[in-house]
Design a protein around this ligand. Structure first.
Ligand SMILES: NC(=O)c1ccc[n+]([C@@H]2O[C@H](COP(=O)([O-])OP(=O)(O)OC[C@H]3O[C@@H](n4cnc5c(N)ncnc54)[C@H](OP(=O)(O)O)[C@@H]3O)[C@@H](O)[C@H]2O)c1
Length: 317
C-alpha cells in the first residue's frame, strides 16, 4: 500500500526536519504537530501543514491523525528529573505519548505507525532513558497497527548536538574532562536515518520489525572527541574522568540552569554500547555515510549556517 498522507509528531526537530524534507521531495502530503509553531519556523517554506496542537490531549491528537495514511512519532527527550522507574519527562514523552498515539491511530483507523526508539532500549536497562524507551516500544508492539520501530545509535549531521558540541568545547577550552571515555558509539548520518524511514514506509515486510541504525564504524567517545579536534584543527587535552568524578561533574551540570551538557542518566545510558547487534537490514536501502565524509564540512564552521548550528546545538535549542 502506498502511504500518501503522513502525520508526523516531533517532526520539527533534528531528525524530523530531514525526514520532512525527504517526504516533501517524494510528493507526500505532510502534516506536522508542534507545541509551538515557532519551533517549526525553519520548515514553513515547505508545502506542509504545521499544526500547533497538544498531542497529549486525546481529542486534539485524534483530530491530528485523522485521515492520515501513516503516523511517524519522533518525540524524545534526553533529560528528565530522576524518579522510579524513570522520571516524569521520560514517562510522558517515551511511554505515555506512544500509548496515546497508538490509541488515536486505532480509534481513527490509521494502520501504519513508525516509532523512533534508540539502541539499547530495554525496560530493564541501566538508565531512565533506556527503560522508558523500552516501555514505549512495548506499547507500540502491543498495538493492532502495522508498526515499525527504529533504534538509532547517536545521529550526526549539521544540526547535531553531539559532534558540534565537542568541536565547540575544543574551540574554547584547553582541557576537556571527559566522562565515560570508553563508551562506544556507531554514529549514523541523519540523512541515512531519514532515508531508512522513507524506504520502509510502504514496505509490507517492515511491519512488526524493529530496525537498528548505525554508521559504518564504531568509535569510543574519546576517539570522537579527538576526531572533532582533528576536524577543526584545535585539540583540547582530554582528561579521562574516573566514574566517581564523572558523576559529580554530571550532577553539577544538572544543578546548573538550562539543559545539562551531560546528566547522570546519560552516564547510565552509556554503560550500554550504542552499537548495532548485527548488520544493517538490507531492506532499509542505505549505504551509511561515515563521519569522515560528512562531519568536516559542518564542523569546520566556515559558513554562517554552521556557526549558527553550533550555537543552536550548544545552547540546547
Ligand atoms: N538525535 C539522536 O542522536 C538520537 C539517537 C537515538 C534516538 N533518537 C530519537 O529520535 C527521535 C528524534 O530525535 P531528534 O534528535 O530529532 O530530537 P529533537 O531534535 O529533540 O526533536 C524532538 C521533537 O519532539 C518534539 N517534542 C519534544 N518533547 C515534546 C513533548 N514533551 N511534547 C510534544 N512534543 C515534544 C519537539 O517538537 P516541537 O518542539 O515542535 O513540539 C521536537 O522537535 C527521538 O525519539 C530521540 O529519542 C535520537
Amino acid at each position: 500500500m502506498r502511504h500518501q498522507a503522513i502525520a508526523i509528531i516531533g517532526g520539527s526537530g533534528f531528525i524530523g526536519s530531514h525526514l520532512v524534507n525527504s517526504l516533501v521531495e517524494l510528493g507526500k502530503d505532510v502534516r506536522l504537530a508542534t507545541r509551538r509553531r515557532y519551533n517549526a519556523r525553519h520548515l514553513t517554506l515547505l508545502p506542509i501543514d504545521v499544526i500547533e496542537t497538544d498531542v497529549f490531549d486525546p481529542v486534539q491528537l485524534a483530530r491530528f491523525v485523522e485521515n492520515a495514511d501513516a503516523v511517524i512519532n519522533l518525540v524524545g527527550t534526553l533529560h528528565g528529573k530522576r524518579g522510579t522507574p524513570y522520571g516524569a519527562e521520560f514517562a510522558r514523552s517515551h511511554v505515555e505519548l506512544p500509548t496515546k498515539i497508538v490509541a488515536a491511530c486505532e480509534g481513527k483507523g490509521v494502520h501504519r505507525l513508525i516509532h523512533m526508539s534508540a539502541i539499547g532500549a530495554d525496560s530493564n536497562g541501566p538508565s531512565m532513558y533506556l527503560r522508558s524507551k523500552g516501555d514505549g516500544e512495548k506499547a507500540v508492539h502491543a498495538s493492532s497497527l502495522a508498526t515499525t520501530i527504529f533504534r538509532p545509535s547517536v545521529v550526526f549531521g549539521p544540526e547535531d548536538k553531539f559532534l558540534n558540541q565537542f568541536a565547540f568545547l575544543q574551540r574554547i577550552f584547553p582541557v576537556i574532562p571527559l566522562a565515560m571515555p570508553d563508551a562506544q558509539f556507531q554514529p549514523v548520518y541523519v540523512a541515512d536515518v531519514a532515508k531508512a524511514i522513507v524506504n520502509v514506509l510502504d514496505l509490507d515486510a517492515a511491519t512488526g520489525r524493529t530496525y537498528e541504525l548505525g554508521g559504518p564504524s564504531v568509535y569510543t567517545l574519546e576517539q570522537l572527541v579527538k576526531y572533532c579536534g582533528d576536524a577543526i584543527g584545535r585539540h583540547a587535552r582530554i582528561m579521562r574522568l574516573p566514574d566517581s568524578l564523572a558523576r559529580l561533574q554530571a550532577l553539577s551540570f544538572e544543578m546548573a540552569p538550562g539543559e545539562p551538557i551531560i546528566s547522570r542518566d546519560n552516564l547510565d545510558s552509556m554503560k550500554v554500547p550504542s552499537v548495532l547487534s548485527g548488520p544493517l537490514a538490507p531492506e532499509l536501502g542505505i549505504e551509511p555515510a561515515s563521519i569522515e565524509t560528512i562531519a568536516p564540512v559542518y564542523l569546520t564552521g566556515g559558513s554562517m549556517r554552521s556557526r549558527f548550528n553550533t550555537f543552536r546545538a550548544t545552547a540546547g535549542r
